[in-house]
Design a protein around this ligand. Structure first.
Ligand SMILES: [Zn+2]
Length: 202
């Protein structure tokens, strides 16, 4: 009888482990990270291989890699250097029905002193309040010691307008500014930005 009781104990422990190890996908919070540009569309290009498309792709991957929250599913719209039409991006987003979309960009300006992280949201629509709140939290987290904090502005970007969910465009800093460039192209900076993005989702 002792054997049987032990067996039951192990069996129920295995059962319980199985129950908690596989939380169904629909109960997870899905956040889509849209690494902007890709393929022939380089985005901002500083030269010497410092391209916006590669910076945002790396940060997007680091968000997914560093996610340790079992209740959070990070979905990447692209995990390689391929070009995806904006309409296709939106169609994927709207099928996933995520809690939030973060579209990642890096900025550039002729004015090389311009710097810092900035965010954009659709100027109106039914997700305005949630998008605004997410954008404020994102900026608060990402703009820390190494990036100055810019503002949240309304914009008519296709992804922001057409996504059926809260959506934020996050400009992670200026490739044209020396201090920002060093930070957003460094491994340390990219890891940190990705961590801060995850913290903003807690
Ligand atoms: Zn861009």
């Amino acid at each position: 009888m002792k054997f049987n009781r032990n067996f039951l104990g192990i069996a129920s422990a295995v059962f319980l482990f199985g129950l908690f190890a596989f939380i169904p996908l629909e109960e997870k919070k899905i956040v889509v990270i849209d690494a902007a540009h890709g393929g022939n569309d380089l985005g901002a290009d500083y030269g010497g291989g410092l391209q916006e498309k590669l910076i945002v792709e790396r940060i997007a991957k680091l968000v997914q890699i560093q996610n340790k929250d079992n209740n959070l599913e990070i979905v990447l719209l692209r995990d390689g250097d391929q070009s995806i039409e904006l309409a296709e991006r939106v169609s994927i987003i709207n099928k996933l029905k995520p809690a939030l979309v973060i579209s990642l960009h890096a900025n550039a300006s002729k004015n090389i002193t311009k710097n810092g992280a900035e965010a954009y949201i659709a100027a109106d629509g039914k997700f305005y309040n949630q998008s605004k709140e997410s954008a404020e939290t994102l900026l608060q987290k990402v703009a820390a010691e190494n990036l100055s904090k810019g503002s949240v502005s309304g914009a008519n970007f296709f992804i922001l307008k057409k996504s059926n969910c809260p959506a934020v465009t996050l400009e992670v800093g200026y490739l044209s500014n020396e201090k920002d460039r060093k930070y957003i192209t460094s491994e340390k900076g990219q890891i940190e930005i990705a961590k801060k993005i995850l913290e903003s989702l807690e």
